[in-house]
Design a protein around this ligand. Structure first.
Ligand SMILES: Nc1ncnc2c1ncn2[C@@H]1O[C@H](COP(=O)(O)OP(=O)(O)OP(=O)(O)O)[C@@H](O)[C@H]1O
Length: 489
């Protein structure tokens, strides 16, 4: 649950913000002094602070709070007359400013974004300590689990790249842990006390992405009713995580290339050249070399990004780590909901190890949550696992046991003959078989789930065990309709 600290001398504003966030814990303070006390007593995830307070100026309050813990995002609320002060506060580390009267359509996504930034900055991504026999189920941090050679190489890479001030590129399928690795690089770096901001380049339309990254001047386009400071400017001396970089439009690719080449840019509609030395960590699940061949990604940008690359293996290639991760998540979630669980039956371990985990670690996490909620006894048996895992996992296991060479589920489970499709693509000379076939499978999965949820993306994302943002961006890149009325049959 997000802890929100709101400081404003108008009781009505405090009440209305509390009402807008029924799922958050909201601490309301009428003065700066009370707000600072509350902040010291229990660090909130996000602060919303009025710029005019009776006992202290908003700027002074902001600076005091920022000095206590610079990692807590602080959003300033201001009238038009004091917007200049709020912009100055942003340049000194405030997260954003909002013009009063507050509009819930702006306020709610902004608080969600700030809470997510707060989590990414403050929850530590910890590389495992090889000397420990038992993995601690430490819920304060995100421990990186896995001992397979490819993951050991990932840990070595984090160690090598974190302290060098270079661009890092993280490659891996969806759900393999790219974001958590980006956080580890930041947290083990010399910039760890500074800012870490993230942006999903696939989830935002081009013009919005441009002003999110570079900022804009007031009046530079319809709707630009105030000046905006972009993430490159805010992240000067900090770290900027550009997620899904492979899905950026050609214009954005050109703009990012320029920042990487000479660390300068202009705000949208502005003439002033701004310098930034933000460290870039980029990630994508696309095959960038193929995208270059298809003329969808600039090769010069790829070479700039590819200074230090970390390849995250898909979960199905991590051998015993699958069972290790399953056991870790099971223990961790059982502790969170206070449920007594002893572990897995041997048959369940077989099913888990035999499944291909197309959604990778994220899918495994949600399967373990599912199993835990279904469990009526202390041992996890196959019946508690999600149907998709149980059916595909046990078939693959059976065929492996019978000696058949089968790393993908067969047509019996998917309705498509992937073996035949693979042979066809091999014969055609394709060098992008993995992406082509995964796309086919994904299309079928999404179509089925969306049919089931009547086109509702939020419910579909929930059932798929992925975020709504990821689902939207995957549907877009697969050319599938986002229209609720579309027929998925
Ligand atoms: N090795 C690991 N050990 C423990 N948890 C992990 C590991 N890798 C990933 N996770 C967890 O799995 C979930 C998905 O990881 P993450 O969001 O980093 O994936 P991603 O590759 O960025 O996904 P996407 O491409 O969809 O954005 C997160 O909750 C993350 O903490």
């Amino acid at each position: 649950m997000t802890n929100l600290l709101v400081i404003d001398d108008e009781p009505l504003i405090l009440e209305s913000i509390e009402m807008a966030f029924p799922d958050h814990e909201v601490t309301k303070c009428l003065t700066a002094e009370k707000g600072i006390d509350a902040f010291l007593q229990s660090t909130p995830d996000v602060v919303l602070c009025d710029i005019r307070l009776p006992d202290m100026s908003g700027m002074e309050t902001f600076e005091k709070l920022h000095r206590i813990d610079p990692k807590v995002p602080i959003i300033l609320m201001t009238g038009r007359g004091t917007a200049g002060t709020a912009i100055e506060a942003m340049q000194r580390g405030a997260f954003e400013y909002l013009l009063k009267p507050l509009d819930p359509e702006t306020l709610i996504p902004l608080i969600e974004d700030a809470a997510e930034t707060s989590r990414m900055t403050r929850v530590r991504a910890v590389v495992p300590d090889a000397s420990l026999d038992e993995v601690p189920t430490d819920s304060e941090n995100d421990l990186l689990i896995g001992n397979c050679p490819a993951m050991q190489e990932v840990y070595r890479s984090i160690g090598r790249v974190a302290r060098q001030n270079v661009t890092a590129l993280i490659l891996g399928e969806s759900g393999t842990g790219k974001e958590v690795i980006a956080r580890a690089i930041y947290q083990y770096s010399e910039r760890s006390a500074g800012r870490f901001l993230a942006i999903n380049c696939a989830a935002i339309p081009e013009n919005l992405l441009e002003s999110e990254l570079f900022g804009h001047e007031k009046g530079s386009f319809t709707g630009a009713d105030r000046k905006k400071v972009g993430k490159f400017e805010l992240c000067n001396e900090g770290t900027l995580f550009l997620d899904e970089i492979g899905d950026m439009t050609p214009l954005m690719q050109t703009k990012i290339l320029r920042v990487l080449q000479d660390q300068t840019f202009e705000r949208v509609g502005g003439t002033e050249t701004i310098r930034t030395n933000a460290r870039i960590i980029a990630a994508t699940n696309r095959n960038l070399e193929q995208a270059i061949e298809d003329k969808e990604f600039r090769s010069d940008l790829f070479y700039r990004l590819n200074v230090y690359t970390i390849n995250l293996p898909p979960l199905r290639e991590r051998g015993d780590d699958i069972a290790l991760l399953a056991s870790y998540f099971l223990k961790r979630f059982a502790k969170e909901i206070d449920k007594q669980i002893d572990g897995f039956a041997a048959e369940a371990v077989d099913v888990i190890s035999g499944y291909s985990w197309p959604g990778n670690v994220r899918e495994l996490q949600s399967a373990m949550k599912h199993a835990l909620l279904e469990a009526t006894g202390p041992v996890i048996v196959p019946a508690y696992l999600p149907d998709s895992v149980r059916e595909c996992g046990s078939r693959t296991r059976e065929s492996l046991d019978s000696g058949a060479d089968q790393s993908l589920p067969s047509s019996a489970t998917t309705g498509l003959d992937f073996a035949a499709l693979t042979r066809k693509r091999l014969a055609s000379g394709s060098n992008d078989i993995h992406r082509e076939l995964v796309n086919i499978a994904e299309k079928e999965i999404f179509a089925e789930v969306l049919k089931y949820t009547d086109g509702n993306l939020t419910q579909a994302a929930k059932r798929l065990g992925i975020t709504r943002t990821t689902l939207r961006s995957r549907l877009e890149s697969l050319g599938m309709s986002l229209d609720k009325s579309a027929s998925y049959s």
